[in-house]
Design a protein around this ligand. Structure first.
Ligand SMILES: Nc1ncnc2c1ncn2[C@@H]1O[C@H](COP(=O)(O)OP(=O)(O)OP(=O)(O)O)[C@@H](O)[C@H]1O
Length: 293
C-alpha cells in the first residue's frame, strides 16, 4: 500500500455552508502529516471524513485503500476535545479499549500509561488536559492502527506537556511505522515532527507535499519594485508585498531561482504556511491557482 489517504474532488457542505471544497490529495503512507490552516478552514471536517464520521457531499475519499468506515480498527482518531469518560478510571479506559478493539496491544497501553505517569486508579475526570491528551493518544495507539488521525491534539497543553506528547508520538510512529495526520495551529511543533504538510485555507487545499520539497521549492525574492504578473515558467506567486521602491515576493518554483535582479532567500515552514494563509493565492487568476497545487 502506498497511500494513507486519497481525496479526489472531496467536498463537504453543511446546508449552504461549504466546509471543504474540491479537495484533492494523495498522502503517501508512512508519513507524519501536518494539517494546518486558519480557524474554520475545514481541518476537522477533513479528519472526520477520513475516519468515517462524516460522509462527503461530493467527490471521493479513500483511507488505506478503502472508503472510510467509522470504528475501523485500522484507523485511530483522537477528536479535538480529547474525549474521555470522566467517571471511568484510566485502567477502565484500557479495559474498555481491550474489549472493543480486536487488535488491542495491552503491553503497549500499559507501558505508555506508566511512561507518561498516569495513575491507573485515577478517574479520567480528574486528569489535566495534558494527561487526558496522553490517555486519548494511548488508547488510539494501542489499537495499533495503520493510520492515526489527531485533531489539534496539543492545543490545550503547556509547552512541556506538548513536547512530551510529541516525543511520545514520534516514538510510537518510529516503533509501529504507522501514518499520522495531525491538525495543529502550532507550526513550530509541526516542523519538528512532520515530514509532510497540507495547508488548507477557505475550505481548499492551497499546497500539499513533503516538507523537504516545500522548503526547497519556496523562496523569498527581494528586489526592485516589479510587476508580478509574469514570473516566468514554473514559478508561482504565493504572496507579495511592495513599497514604492521594493517588492518582496514569496514564490514557489520548480527549479532553483538564479536571477541576479533578485536577492533570493530560503523560507522556514512557518513562513511558507503564513504566506499561503495570508497570501496572494486567493487573489490570483485561476491559471496561477492551478499552478500552485
Ligand atoms: N456541524 C456543522 N454544522 C454546520 N457547519 C459546520 C459544522 N461543522 C463545521 N462547520 C463549518 O464548516 C467550516 C469548517 O469547519 P472545521 O471545524 O472543519 O474547521 P477547522 O479548520 O477544523 O477549524 P478550527 O481550526 O477552528 O478547529 C466552518 O465554517 C464551520 O463553521
Amino acid at each position: 500500500m502506498t497511500s494513507a489517504l486519497i481525496a479526489d474532488g472531496l467536498t463537504k457542505r453543511y446546508g449552504r455552508r461549504t466546509a471543504l471544497k474540491d479537495c484533492t490529495l494523495d498522502i503517501p503512507a508512512g508519513h507524519v502529516t501536518g494539517l494546518v490552516g486558519p480557524n474554520g478552514a475545514g481541518k476537522s471536517t477533513l479528519l472526520q471524513l477520513a475516519c468515517g464520521l462524516l460522509d462527503p457531499t461530493a467527490g471521493r475519499i479513500e483511507v488505506l485503500g478503502r472508503r472510510p468506515v467509522s470504528g475501523s480498527p485500522k484507523v485511530g482518531f483522537v477528536a479535538q476535545d480529547t474525549p474521555v469518560y470522566a467517571g471511568l478510571t484510566v485502567a477502565d479506559h484500557l479495559r474498555m479499549g481491550a474489549h472493543l478493539n480486536p487488535t488491542w496491544d495491552s503491553a503497549l497501553a500499559e507501558q505508555r500509561i506508566a511512561q507518561v505517569g498516569l495513575e491507573p486508579a485515577l478517574k479520567a475526570g480528574k486528569l489535566s488536559g495534558g494527561q487526558r491528551a496522553q490517555l486519548a493518544l494511548t488508547i488510539a495507539a494501542a489499537k495499533r492502527p495503520d493510520l492515526l488521525l489527531l485533531d489539534e491534539p496539543v492545543a490545550a497543553l503547556d509547552p512541556l506537556a506538548r513536547r512530551n506528547f510529541l516525543q511520545g508520538l514520534m516514538e510510537l510512529t518510529a516503533e509501529q511505522g504507522m501514518s499520522v495526520v495531525m491538525s495543529s495551529h502550532l507550526v513550530a511543533d509541526l516542523e519538528r515532527v512532520c515530514d509532510y504538510l497540507i495547508v488548507l485555507v477557505d475550505s481548499r487545499v492551497q499546497v500539499a507535499g513533503e516538507v523537504e520539497d516545500l522548503l526547497a521549492g519556496h523562496h523569498r525574492l527581494v528586489g526592485q519594485r516589479c510587476d508580478t504578473t509574469d514570473l516566468g515558467a514554473g514559478r508561482f506567486l504565493v504572496d507579495q508585498s511592495h513599497t514604492d521602491v521594493q517588492s518582496t515576493l514569496v514564490v514557489r518554483s520548480t527549479a532553483p531561482i538564479d536571477d541576479p535582479s533578485w536577492q533570493v532567500d530560503g523560507l522556514n515552514l512557518e513562513d511558507i504556511v503564513l504566506a499561503y494563509m495570508g497570501g496572494a493565492v486567493g487573489k490570483q487568476p485561476d491559471a496561477v491557482l492551478r499552478g500552485n497545487r
